[in-house]
Ligand binder design. Structure first.
Ligand code: F6P
Length: 544
C-alpha cells in the first residue's frame, strides 16, 4: 500500500482543504437549515452533534474515502478477530473480549478467551461481594473499611477516573483511594487516616515489575506489618491484579488472591479487566457489569454500523482533518460534569500513549502529524481559566464538550444548578462556532479602538456529546467511543497504537541515576554535564 501522504485520497483532501479556504461556520449553517440536526448521530445513550465542525458533506466523503483506502475496516475486523495487530509486541489487541457476552467466541492462539474472561469476572464478583458485605475479614477479624488501589498508568487511571465518575453509584460506607506516584507523599496521604486492621490493598500491575508500584506496595506491606506484626496478615490485606503470577508470588502475595488478565489487554485498555477490581468493589458486580455492557454496545456499533453513522469513525476522522489538514496541535476534552474531573487525564494516556508515535508500521519516519496533545478539565472551571485562548488565541483547538441531561439523583436540591451548568456548555459551543463579528461589536456602541479586542472570530470547532445521565452503562459507552476513535486514527496514520516503547528510556535511566544520588562515592563521569551538574547540586542540597 502506498504511504499515507502518497495516496490519491490524501491529495484530494489537501486540495479540498485549499479550496474550502476560510469558509466560516456561520456560512455553512446559513446555507443549510438542517445542518444542526443532520450532522448528528445517536449511538446507544450518546447523542453526538458534529455539525459545528469545519466540514462540508464533501469533506466528510473524502475523509471516509481516506479511511477506506487506509484499510481501517480491515484492521478493525482483524482486531476483533484477535489477530496480532500489536505487531511490535506480537500481541493480539482484545480489550473488546473483556466485555464480550458469556456465549461469545474469540480465539487467540487456538483458544477461546471468553470463558477465561468470565471466570475472572465471576471470581472478582464473589470477592467484591464478600468485601462489601463484610464477609471478608481482615487479620484481626474486622471488616474492611478502606480499599487502596496501588498501581500506575493504565493500572491506576481507569479505576481512579471511573470511581470518581460513578461516585454516586458507589458504596459510600467504604473509602477508596488510588495511590500511583512514587513520591512517598501519595502513599503517606492515603495511609494517614487508614486503619491497618480494616485496610485492603489491591496491588494492580500488568507486569508486576513497575518500580513505582512495587516500591509503594512494599512500603504499604511494611506499614501493615508494623501495625499487625505477623506476616500472615498479608494474605488478608493484600490482593494482586496482574498477568504475572510468578512476580506476584515473589512479592509475597498468595496467588489464590490474584486476579488475572492477559497480555492481549494493553495497560491503557485494561480498566474493564480485573484492573477494575477496586471499582467493582465500589460499584458492586451489577454496576460493573452494566458498565461492561455499555462498552460492548459501543464495540458492536463500531464493528457493524455503516461508516457514515459510525461514531468512533467519525470522531477519528474529524481529528485527522484538524491534525493533518488544519495543523491543529492539540485537542481539548471539556466535560461539563464535576464527576468527570479525571476523565481527560485518563484520555491522555489512552490517546497520547497510543498515538504518540513517529514511525510507521514499516519503521519509516512518518511524513505526517500523528497524535495531538490531549488536554482539558471540567468545562466551567476552564471557562474562567484557559477558554480565553480557545476563543481568541492564535491556535486552532478542536474540543469535545460532554454533558448530561440529568444531574445524578443524589444531588437533591443541588441538582437545581444543573440547568445553569448545561447552559454554559451550550453557550460555549455556540460562542466558539459563531463568535461575534466586529460589525456586531461596533453596532453595540463599542469605541472603535476597542472593537478588535472584543471581536470573536468564531469558527472554533466542537463536538457536543450529550447523554441522559452519567451512569455505569453510559460511562462504558463513552470510554469505548474514545478507545475506538484512537484506533481509527492510529490505523489511518499507519502506526502501532498498542505499544509504548517511548516510556522505556526514562525508566532505564532513572534506575541508572538513582545510585548516583544515594551512593557514598558516586561515579558521575558517565553523565552528561547538565545531568551531572544537577545530580551534584541535589547531593549538596541533601548534604551528601
Ligand atoms: O508507563 C508505561 C506503562 O507500561 C503503561 O503502559 C502501563 O499502563 C503502566 O506503565 C503500568 O504498567 P504495569 O501495569 O505493568 O504496572
Amino acid at each position: 500500500m502506498p504511504r499515507l501522504n502518497h495516496l490519491p485520497e490524501w491529495a484530494a483532501l489537501t486540495k479540498h482543504r485549499a479550496e474550502l479556504g476560510e469558509v466560516h461556520l456561520r456560512d455553512l449553517f446559513a446555507e443549510d437549515d438542517e445542518r444542526g440536526t443532520r450532522l448528528t448521530v445517536q449511538v446507544g445513550d450518546l447523542y453526538l452533534d458534529y455539525s459545528k465542525h469545519l466540514v462540508t458533506d464533501e469533506t466528510l466523503r473524502l475523509l471516509q474515502e481516506l479511511a477506506a483506502a487506509r484499510g481501517v475496516f480491515e484492521l478493525r475486523d482483524a482486531m476483533f478477530r484477535g489477530e496480532k495487530i500489536n505487531f511490535t509486541e506480537h500481541r493480539a489487541v482484545l480489550h473488546t473480549a473483556l466485555r464480550a457476552p458469556r456465549d461469545a467466541e474469540i480465539i487467540v492462539d487456538g483458544e477461546n478467551v471468553v470463558p477465561k474472561v468470565h471466570a475472572v469476572l465471576d471470581r472478582m464478583s464473589a470477592f467484591a461481594d464478600r468485601v462489601r458485605s463484610g464477609d471478608w475479614k481482615g487479620y484481626t477479624g474486622e471488616t474492611i473499611s478502606t480499599v487502596i488501589n496501588i498501581g500506575i498508568g493504565g493500572s491506576d487511571l481507569g479505576p481512579a477516573m471511573a470511581y470518581e465518575a460513578l461516585r454516586a453509584f458507589t458504596d459510600r460506607s467504604l473509602t477508596f483511594k488510588f495511590v500511583s506516584n512514587v513520591d512517598g507523599a501519595d502513599l503517606h496521604e492515603a495511609l494517614r487516616d487508614a486503619d491497618p486492621a480494616r485496610t485492603l490493598f489491591i496491588v494492580s500491575s500488568k507486569t508486576f515489575t513497575t518500580i513505582e508500584t512495587i516500591t509503594n506496595a512494599t512500603a504499604a506491606r511494611r506499614w501493615l506489618l508494623d501495625a499487625l506484626g505477623d506476616d500472615a496478615a498479608v494474605a488478608k490485606h493484600f490482593v494482586a491484579v496482574s498477568t504475572n503470577a510468578a512476580e506476584v508470588a515473589k512479592f509475597g502475595i498468595d496467588t489464590t488472591n490474584m486476579f488475572e488478565f492477559w497480555d492481549w489487554v494493553g495497560g491503557r485498555y485494561s480498566y474493564d479487566s480485573a484492573i477494575g477490581l477496586s471499582l467493582m468493589i465500589a460499584l458492586g458486580p451489577e454496576g460493573f457489569r452494566a458498565m461492561l455492557a455499555g462498552f460492548h454496545q459501543m464495540d458492536e456499533h463500531f464493528r457493524t454500523a455503516p461508516p457514515e453513522y459510525n461514531a468512533p469513525l467519525l470522531l477519528g476522522l474529524l481529528g485527522i482533518w484538524y491534525r493533518n489538514f488544519h495543523d491543529a496541535q492539540t485537542h481539548a476534552v471539556l466535560p461539563y460534569s464535576h464527576y468527570l474531573s479525571k476523565f481527560t487525564a485518563y484520555l491522555q494516556q489512552l490517546d497520547m500513549e497510543s498515538n504518540g508515535k513517529s514511525v510507521d508500521r514499516e519503521g519509516n519516519p512518518v511524513e505526517w502529524q500523528t497524535g495531538p496533545v490531549v488536554w482539558g478539565t471540567p468545562g466551567t472551571n476552564g471557562q474562567h481559566a484557559y477558554y480565553q485562548l480557545i476563543h481568541q488565541g492564535t491556535t486552532l483547538i478542536p474540543a469535545d464538550l460532554i454533558g448530561f441531561a440529568r444531574p445524578v439523583a443524589e444531588l437533591g436540591p443541588l441538582g437545581g444548578q444543573h440547568d445553569l451548568l448545561m447552559a454554559n456548555l451550550f453557550a460555549q459551543g455556540q460562542a466558539l462556532a459563531f463568535g461575534k463579528p466586529s460589525e456586531q461589536v461596533a453596532a453595540e456602541g463599542v469605541a472603535e479602538a476597542e472593537v478588535p479586542h472584543r471581536t470573536f472570530r468564531g469558527d472554533r470547532p466542537t463536538t457536543t456529546i450529550l447523554a441522559n445521565e452519567l451512569t455505569p452503562h453510559v460511562l462504558g459507552q463513552l470510554i469505548a467511543l474514545y478507545e475506538h476513535k484512537v484506533f481509527v486514527q492510529g490505523a489511518v496514520w499507519d502506526i502501532d497504537s498498542f505499544d509504548q516503547w517511548g516510556v522505556e528510556l526514562g525508566k532505564v535511566l532513572a534506575k541508572r541515576i538513582e545510585p548516583a544520588l544515594t551512593s557514598d562515592s558516586p561515579d558521575l563521569s558517565a553523565l552528561d554535564s547538565s545531568t551531572a551538574g544537577l545530580v551534584g547540586r541535589y547531593r549538596a542540597l541533601r548534604g551528601r
